[in-house]
Design a protein around this ligand. Structure first.
Ligand code: RP5
Length: 164
């Protein structure tokens, strides 16, 4: 199976990123984690992006906060699908990172998830890899079925609480 690259702009992003790595682990998807910054280590970030396909990666997840150019920089240097996670920082509630990540110019797409939406980033990467991996597709469909069952159970519990 292809690997997922999980890149964060700073180690301070790890508490958010952990939600993605936990899900990748749960699904048995191979991944590598790096701290690489579009601004602080631009050469290393570009080198990683340029060699990502030949290194066996199939999807890249980039988490960054503030003026978050990490996902865009990866998209510019690599034709693998890039998923951006805008990370909330203490000043602008993550809207700065959201706009920096989502507003990519035509031709350089970044699939941007919600602010701190690391779980969805992992799930989206799994959906992408599952296009060519039947075992992973079955696991993902089971996960979705369980998620549906949990909500239906909550619905039953709430209705019962109101005597319905
Ligand atoms: C971004 O700046 C990082 O992704 C992080 O979210 C933010 C703050 O970084 P630190 O100052 O905590 O290293 O590049």
């Amino acid at each position: 199976m292809k690997k997922v690259a999980v890149i964060m702009g700073s180690d301070s992003d790890l508490p958010v990123v952990r939600k993605a790595t936990d899900i990748l682990s749960e699904f048995g998807v191979p991944f590598e984690v790096r701290v690489l910054s579009a601004h602080r280590t631009p050469v290393e970030a570009a080198d990683f992006a340029r060699s990502a396909r030949e290194s066996g990666f199939g999807v890249i997840i980039c988490a960054a906060g503030m003026a978050a150019h990490l996902a865009g920089a990866f998209a510019a240097n690599c034709s693998l699908p890039v998923i951006g996670i805008p990370v909330k920082s203490k000043y602008l509630d993550g809207v700065d990172a959201l706009l920096s990540t989502v507003q990519m110019p035509t031709g350089m797409p970044v699939a941007t998830v919600a602010i701190d939406g690391a779980a969805n980033a992992a799930l989206l990467s799994i959906q992408m890899l599952a296009l060519s991996d039947e075992t992973l597709r079955v696991k993902y469909d089971e996960y979705r079925a369980q998620a549906t069952a949990k909500v239906l159970e909550k619905d039953r519990a709430i209705r019962s609480e109101f005597g319905l």
